[in-house]
Unconditional design. Structure first.
Length: 64
């Protein structure tokens, strides 16, 4: 997210829908990148509790 995107309203694909014209930027980055493998990732130090016991016990979610 850059300075040109602040205060703008975009749809799920990043297209402006606020009627203020196109978003111009010098650089672009892909959002949908492949996630790193399980080995190089840092282990979860603090779990995020969802409040749903079934989810919290079966699918540990890392916080941060």
């Amino acid at each position: 997210v850059g300075e040109k995107l602040l205060g703008r309203v975009v749809d799920a694909l990043g297209n402006p829908i606020d009627g203020k014209g196109p978003i111009t930027s010098k650089t672009h980055r892909r959002v949908g990148l492949k996630a790193p493998g399980i080995i190089p990732r840092i282990s979860v130090r603090e779990p995020m509790q969802t409040g749903i016991k079934a989810v919290d016990s079966l699918v540990p979610i890392g916080r941060g």
